[in-house]
Design a protein around this ligand. Structure first.
Ligand code: EPU
Length: 316
């Protein structure tokens, strides 16, 4: 999209990051990963920070467990590819998700029944105001569905520099989501599961460098049991995932499809025909095209089902 930031500042070490924080103190800062989950609604009159720290190393082992420390700017899928080569289990279901290691912790990325939080041991950060290091344990990160403390109470206050993941040498493949089990060719290993996930994603989701999108535009809504029972009576076929606390997650893709949005366009923005949870930049969309289409989609879902769907994408 045709939007610009005043400054893009990249760094290759924690010290360089500290220098940039010092240089731009008092200015409006936004730290991004690959920008793959952002919608710039207009020009950004501030400093975009981006990590070019891209290494990973093994910290040690404990029996079957292997601890890997990865730097924030490393592309998550490059790390997952290396781990699959090494036969290490844990992150393979997150293959082919666009974005970086740093973002995997901020956003608690997830796919095919696994979330980053299942594998993260701790998250190493720098406090933006002071440049001081602080390590957040998994629990302190308060991970939720596409959510963490870094998107809430501490938004903008800490910059992730490293993430430590716990992988397993003899892990078990997580194959219960959708048609993943059938898609795996041969014996399920970190590598064959990775290959199956990539194949499924390629079929359903647009390639970001061919057709711009921010992945799922909306989060899947979670509704209380009573509301779910009412919906189920009216729509017996409604797909759903019962959660431990008695609530139900409903696929927003289904709600959107029922409202007839698949393939529909407004301006240059279009609801992706293979997966209506995704909004694509089909034809030189302006930010307003995307905002208008997203609003129209969520309004119609609200009107028909009484369910509020909220953007997963961050509006800047
Ligand atoms: N569905 C439809 N019509 C469609 C597609 C899907 O009705 O055209 C319904 C079906 O009932 C299907 C269900 O939606 O069973 C779930 O579809 P899918 O497995 O594609 O997953 P999703 O809920 O639409 C979520 C994540 C994706 C992640 C997949 C796989 C969110 C917001 N999205 O999508 O994450 O890849 O599961 O785990 O939770 C992302 O966050 O950017 C993202 C792509």
């Amino acid at each position: 999209m045709d939007v610009r930031a005043a400054v893009l500042a990249e760094y290759e070490s924690v010290n360089e990051l500290r220098e940039l924080l010092e240089k731009y103190r008092g200015k409006r800062l936004l730290h991004i990963g690959q920008g793959s989950n952002l919608l710039f609604t207009k020009d950004f009159d501030g400093i975009i920070l981006r990590s070019r720290m891209v290494r990973a190393r093994a910290l040690g082992e404990n029996g079957d467990e292997v601890f890997i420390e990865a730097e924030s700017g490393l592309v998550l899928d490059e790390l997952i590819s290396q781990l699959a080569d090494m036969g290490l289990y844990g992150l393979e279901n997150l293959s082919y998700i666009p974005g970086t290691v740093g973002a995997s912790a901020v956003q608690n990325v997830g796919a095919y029944g696994v979330e980053a939080k299942d594998v993260i041991v701790d998250v190493r950060t720098i406090e933006a105001a002071t440049g001081k290091e602080r390590v957040f344990t998994n629990e302190e990160c308060r991970f939720g569905y596409r959510d963490s403390i870094f998107k809430n109470e501490l938004q903008g206050q800490y910059i992730v520099t490293h993430v430590v993941y716990r992988l397993l040498k003899h892990g078990e493949a997580h194959l219960d989501y959708g048609n993943l089990r059938e898609a795996v060719q041969g014996k399920p290993t970190a590598m064959t599961v990775r290959e199956a996930v990539i194949q499924i994603r390629r079929q359903k989701l647009p390639e970001v460098n061919e057709l711009g999108s921010a992945g799922s535009f909306f989060k899947n809504p979670v509704v209380p049991a009573e509301q779910f029972e009412t919906l189920k009576k009216a729509y017996p076929a409604i797909p759903n995932y019962p959660l431990e606390n008695g609530t139900y997650k409903i696929p927003a893709a289904w709600l959107i499809e029922q409202c007839g949005w698949k393939g529909k366009a407004m301006g240059g923005a279009r609801v992706y025909e293979k997966q209506p949870l995704v909004i694509v930049n089909a034809d030189y969309a302006t930010p307003q095209d995307i905002i208008d289409l997203a609003q129209a989609v969520s309004d119609s879902v609200k009107q028909r089902f009484g369910v509020t769907i909220r953007p997963e994408v961050n509006y800047i």
